[in-house]
Design a protein around this ligand. Structure first.
Ligand code: FPP
Length: 230
């Protein structure tokens, strides 16, 4: 079986999971954090090198302020709580997005955990936070223009763009998983997903576990990737 090097996940359905149980939405996000824990562990067990999860999009600021605040509190708790496990499992934490716009406490917790886990060599868990594909491309274009103004810009080719994206250090995802049945990209990794295989499951993210990840990888193995060739 081929194990994808890089899996990206759109973690959708936390709100529906909570509504089905008459719980506040944040309970769905809390349970969703448990799924992040389980899936990260499965990636370590299977030898997946990179796992990118869409935890907060630039559009998520439009949600009620209480939900936004609760998501950041949850994220800080997750980082603090998970750090020993990340170390034990040799997981390296990373983040992509406009991180400087996150609450200060969140930025600090993130920076500390990223620094502490920097030398770990199993899976890299990449949190997409205040992320959107279009914002990332805008930031890359600005970097290109700055280099042009400084007279240091070479050819503008695919490598020149990729090198200026937040994901520059990582390979493009091989497999994108989206939970809760929606068939859209929602502004996630727009450049990087060009040749990625897509797996959509009806399962809501809080119900998604290790077996579901294995099933997605098994389905991925049936695909023939041609990258536009024959
Ligand atoms: C989408 O579900 C999910 C989010 C916007 C947030 C994702 C956050 C987590 C899984 C928890 C925190 C993450 C980490 C890394 C600890 P939705 O609320 O849009 O669900 P709905 O479409 O059913 O309403």
């Amino acid at each position: 079986m081929t194990v994808p090097r890089h899996i990206a996940i759109i973690m959708d359905g936390n709100g529906r999971w909570a509504r089905e149980r008459n719980l506040p939405r944040i309970k769905g996000h809390e349970q969703g954090a448990e799924s992040v824990r389980a899936v990260t562990e499965a990636c370590v067990e299977l030898g997946v090198e990179f796992l990118t999860v869409y935890a907060f999009s630039t559009e998520n600021w439009k949600r009620p302020a209480a939900e936004v605040a609760a998501l950041f509190v949850l994220l800080e708790h997750f980082i603090a709580q998970e750090l020993p496990t990340l170390m034990k499992n040799n997981v390296r934490l990373a983040a992509i997005g406009r991180l400087h716009e996150l609450p200060d406490t969140c930025q600090r917790a993130l920076a500390e955990a990223i620094a502490q886990t920097a030398a770990n060599t199993a899976t890299t868990l990449i949190l997409a936070l205040n992320y959107s594909g279009r914002a990332e491309i805008i930031d890359a274009v600005q970097a290109l223009c700055a280099d042009a103004a400084a007279g240091t810009l070479g050819d503008i080719d695919q490598d020149a763009i990729s090198a200026r994206l937040y994901t520059a250090p990582y390979p493009d995802p091989d497999l994108l998983i989206r939970t809760s049945g929606e068939m859209r990209l929602s502004n996630f990794l727009l450049w990087q997903l060009s040749y990625t295989e897509i797996h959509v499951t009806e399962k809501l993210w809080p119900d998604f576990g290790k077996d579901d990840l294995r099933a997605a990888i098994a389905e991925f193995n049936k695909r023939q990737r041609r990258y536009g060739g024959l």
